[in-house]
Each structure stands twice: as C-alpha cells, then as structure tokens.
Design a protein around this ligand. Structure first.
Ligand SMILES: Cc1ncc(C[n+]2csc(CCOP(=O)(O)OP(=O)(O)O)c2C)c(N)n1
Length: 316
C-alpha cells in the first residue's frame, strides 16, 4: 500500500513537471482493497487490474520498474515504450493489459478462465476490479451473466468510490446497494468497508477462496471515497466536504498505520523508516528509468505485444 501510494505521488509530480505524456491516474484511497485482491491471488491466477490498482499489481508481483517504464515510455518496459500509463500487462504471468472501456476486462477474464477450463486446468481464479461507473454498462451485464451461467471462478471487485468520474451514485443506479444485483445474476455477493485493511483482507480473501472452491462467481462491493480526481487532470471539486469528512472518506493507509500502532505491531519510528526506505526505492526506480532509451521508430518491430515473439522475449 505504501509503495503504491508513494510511487503514484511521484508519478503525479512527474506529470505536473511535464515529464509524462498522457494521463496519470491514482488509486489513492483504494490501496487496501486493491492490495488485498493482489495478495489473495496465487501464481497461475489471472488478474485484470483497472486504473486504481497499482497496489494490487504490486501485490500480484508487478515489478515497480514495469510501472515506471510504462509511464515514462522506456523501451525496456513490458509495453516497450508504446503505452503511456496504465494499459500495461504481461499475459504469460496472468497480468492482463487493461482496456479503457469500462467493464471490458470482465469478459477478457471470463475468456481466460474458459480457456483454462478447456485445457483441463483446475483451481485457477480470475479476478478483476471495476468502478461503480462500470456497473451501468452493457459489458458488465453480459460478462457477469456469462460467468454466472458457466459458474466461472471469477472474482469481481466493484470499488464504489461514490462517483463515476463526476456523476454521483444517485445518478448512476437506483438499487440500494450494487451488491443487490448479485441475486439477480444468481451469484454470491459480499460487501466491505474498503477504508479498513483488515476487513478487505478478510472479505476479498474469502471471496477468492470461495471462487477457487468452485462456488462460482463472487461479487465484492466495496465502499470507499476516491481521494483524488478521476485523473490528475481533474481537481475533483464535485466531491462534497461532508463526504470527505465522513467515515467513507477516511484514508485507508492512515487507518492501517493507526491499526498497526494500536496493536503494537509497529512503532511511529518503524512507519517513518518504512516510508524513507520506500521513498528511496521509488526515487531509484525513476532515476534508473530516466536514463533508459525510448523506442526508435525506424528500428522497432511493430508487431502486437501479445505475440509470442515479443511476450516470450520480455525479460526472458
Ligand atoms: C464504455 C465506456 N464509456 C465511457 C468511458 C469514459 N469513461 C472513462 S472513466 C469513466 C467513469 C468511470 O467511473 P468509475 O468506474 O466509477 O471510476 P472513477 O473514475 O469514478 O473512479 C468514463 C465514463 C469509457 N472508458 N468506456
């Protein structure tokens, strides 16, 4: 959580300094939920993150350099300098590259799970995280219905951060809680307060286990507030102060740090030392990547990154 937070703060600074082309999207406030998902998955599983899942990506094994290289356009990164920010992945490690269209990754994960089933692989879980905005799309419905009918081991985490960009929940859907939809699809649904790391580890962890045990798709609806704009180009002026000051507006990282201290698992000095170490890790990664070359358009192989030739040779 800390690494994701500090890495993204650095990326936001680089964006403001004009060093990043394209947008920068922060998962500030979503780290507990995202990290819990990344931690619950095992090697061999599928994970399709969304824009606010830096913490989950790291927990599922992404190298911090892969993130920095993609944002800074280094040709040594998994996307070889062709992508500006979050649409990176490494399919052979089960890390799917994100499609921007809301909800589109649910189908991609269902496809991956069907493929594993046809190959006779068992015990595999496929997970993806979407926003509340995604839940109003046709892609969401089609994919979830298919997953339910096929009883796929899919874990769908819906991060309800109260807004779809600037559209508030009451203009997005009319049901009481998005988890109510699970009943309509015939799948199991769970809710969690995503400001509490403990609760996220428990609820998301159990959902992943249930999917692995063959109980079919699991939907987790998490409540939180996005502690940033949709992207760094958005000042989020539409988020009311009262909501920011409510329990939903708590910062999960601060809550987790307080819990660690209350339980005597870490002291204030430990937390400070972790912060310093992590900051140094981020600074070193950025300094390394800033010295790396951009792709040379005349010399590149412009075939799709998902081809075996390019996927298999990445850090082979
Ligand atoms: C199918 C589709 N429609 C519209 C968009 C444009 N769009 C990108 S993000 C977004 C809002 C997303 O809402 P949510 O998932 O709740 O994320 P938030 O930024 O609020 O965290 C929209 C409408 C898109 N990417 N795909």
């Amino acid at each position: 959580m800390l690494l994701a937070r500090l890495l993204e703060e650095k990326l936001a600074n680089l964006y403001r300094a004009g060093k990043i082309n394209g947008g920068v999207f922060l998962g500030k406030g979503q780290e507990a939920l995202s990290a819990s998902l990344g931690m619950a998955l095992k090697k061999g599983d599928i994970f399709a993150p969304l824009i606010r899942d830096q913490a989950g990506r790291l927990a599922f094994g992404e190298d911090i350099l892969d993130a920095v290289r993609t944002y800074l356009g280094s040709k040594l990164g998994p996307m070889r300098g062709r992508e500006g920010n979050v649409h990176r992945g490494l399919p052979r490690e089960g890390r799917y590259a994100m499609i921007s269209h809301l909800g589109a990754m649910i189908s991609a994960v269902c496809g991956g799970l069907m493929a594993r089933r046809f190959q006779g692989q068992t015990g595999v879980v496929g997970a993806t995280c979407v926003g509340d905005g995604c839940s109003s799309t046709g892609a969401f419905h089609e994919a979830l219905n298919l997953a339910a009918v096929e009883k796929l081991p899919l874990v769908l985490v819906v991060a309800n951060n109260q807004f779809a960009y600037s559209t508030p929940n009451d203009r997005e859907f009319a049901c009481k809680n998005l988890v109510d939809r699970a009943i309509g699809y015939g799948i199991e649904g769970h809710t969690v307060d995503a400001t509490e790391l403990d609760a996220c580890l428990d609820v998301v962890g159990r959902a992943v286990e249930r999917a692995r045990e063959g109980r079919g798709p699991q939907m987790v609806v998490a409540t939180l507030l996005r502690l940033a704009g949709h992207g760094e180009h958005d000042d989020a002026a539409y988020i009311p102060e009262a909501l920011k000051n409510s329990p939903t507006g708590r910062d999960c990282l601060k809550v987790a740090e307080c819990t660690l201290m209350e339980r005597g698992w870490a002291s204030a000095a430990d937390l400070e030392a972790w912060r310093e170490e992590t900051l140094q890790q981020v600074e070193e990664a950025v300094a390394t990547v800033q010295r790396e070359p951009a792709p040379d358009p005349a010399e590149e192989t412009w075939c799709a990154l998902s081809t075996q030739e390019l996927d298999d040779t990445f850090r082979a």
